[in-house]
Design a protein around this ligand. Sequence first.
Ligand code: ADP
Length: 173
Amino acid sequence: MPNPTITLVQGDITEQAVDAVVNAANSSLLGGGGVDGAIHRKGGPDILAECRELRAAHYGGGLPTGQAVSTTAGRLPAHWVIHTVGPVWAKSEDRSALLASCYRESLRQARELGARTVAFPAISTGVYGWPLDDGARIAVATVREEGEGFDELRFVLFDKHSHDAFAARLPLP
Ligand code: ADP
């Protein structure tokens, strides 16, 4: 299968017209700040209603870190939202495998949905404190390894600083 095109844009994840957007959620699945807040605010109440159902049916204790689930995307231009819980960065412990798992499990969900194009934010690099350069390294490496068969995998970075960190990992061909 051909490798996907990996693209970068500086912008807002809620505005991406792709099949699936990934949400940097928290384990409650009930909303939060950053990407999560923006997705629920712009996507409307249907997304939260589905999250509540998932929570009640399968994730009474919350969605574990590194895993991913999907819902429809409400009023967003995307068709689906894939919610994944990034690890909180810790100096005393290497949680890189969990961050890689977020990207891998999100791609697994996307495949199950039949999505061909997927947009990712820089998971864990906001409130969860992951150093941007390292977050970019893990994101790009994992998506390269695990992204076979998709048409486009897009990183959506909110500001120039994070865009540049990802661009440094993705030299133009
Ligand atoms: P986490 O809790 O996983 O750290 P955050 O949502 O706090 O998640 O932040 C993850 C990254 O997404 C940060 O780099 C932040 O600047 C960026 N971000 C925040 N809002 C948006 C948005 N609407 N679109 C794209 N990226 C965003």
